[in-house]
Write a protein that binds this ligand. Structure first.
Ligand code: DX5
Ligand code: ZN
Length: 230
């Protein structure tokens, strides 16, 4: 599995968004992580589709859109039109049938469907959808805010998700989001994560390029070591 680093724009300077995107590109980002929050599913509001549309116009990086919203299914067409590549919905945001319908609609619209588990949701919640997604996001903080501390107690869940995916959908990626930096990335990569959202530790590092390179090197070494140990 290729290691991917996804800087989270939530930690960027919104008054200079185009420059911030250039910085992420120059730092070697693989994806740009866009956190959409509706103030209902999470207690915070971030940015929405007009902003995503503008971002897509000025970058070739795939947009990894994390929908922290209570009705993600309403917005699939607008996400596709806005230039999203990956769309992640939370397993507990809507009823299971609606989760399944939303993931199918994301794929039909030409994007990659992904499923997120917040800290209270067990690995087994992926089972009804695991065959139909391109990525599972295991949250390593409670969703809603950047700059929180990494929850190391989510690592058994990452391992369990990897084991379930190896049975059902081995090509499926595992993303972690929240509190990822050059130390915590090792734990997550060792547990089987391959895609790393990095907000504070990338955009707010003294040198974003150095920070992203170090995080990538740490992740690659730990990912290889993790698999050797299993
Ligand atoms: C939190 C968001 C994250 C956030 C991560 O709810 O989903 O993507 O931007 O920020 P850091 O890396 O600062 O924890
Ligand atoms: Zn996120």
């Amino acid at each position: 599995m290729k290691i991917r680093i996804a800087p989270s724009l939530l930690a960027a300077d919104f008054t200079h968004l185009a420059d911030e995107i250039r910085r992420a590109e120059a730092a070697g980002a693989d994806l740009l992580h866009c956190d959409v929050m509706d103030g209902v599913y999470v207690p915070n509001i971030s940015f929405g589709f007009p902003v995503i549309r503008q971002i897509a116009k000025i970058t070739a990086l795939p947009l990894d859109v994390h929908m922290m919203t209570s009705c993600p299914g309403k917005y699939i067409n607008v996400l596709a039109e806005s230039g999203a590549s990956i769309v992640t919905v939370h397993s507990d945001a809507v009823e299971p049938e609606e989760v399944a319908r939303t993931l199918a609609a994301i794929r039909e619209a030409g994007m990659i469907p992904a499923l997120a588990l917040r800290p209270g949701c067990p690995a087994e919640d992926i089972l009804p959808y695991a065959a139909d997604v391109g990525m599972i996001l295991v949250m390593t903080v409670e969703p809603g805010f950047g700059g929180q501390s990494f929850m190391a107690d989510m690592m058994p869940k990452v391992r369990r998700v990897r084991a379930l995916l190896d049975e059902i959908n081995p090509a499926c990626a595992i993303e972690v989001d929240g509190g990822i930096g050059d130390k915590t990335v090792r734990e997550a990569a060792c547990a089987g994560a391959d895609t790393f959202v990095v907000g504070t530790a990338s955009f707010r590092a003294p040198d974003m390029g150095e920070a992203v390179s170090l995080i990538r090197e740490s992740a690659e070494a730990a990912y290889r070591a993790g698999w050797q140990n299993t």
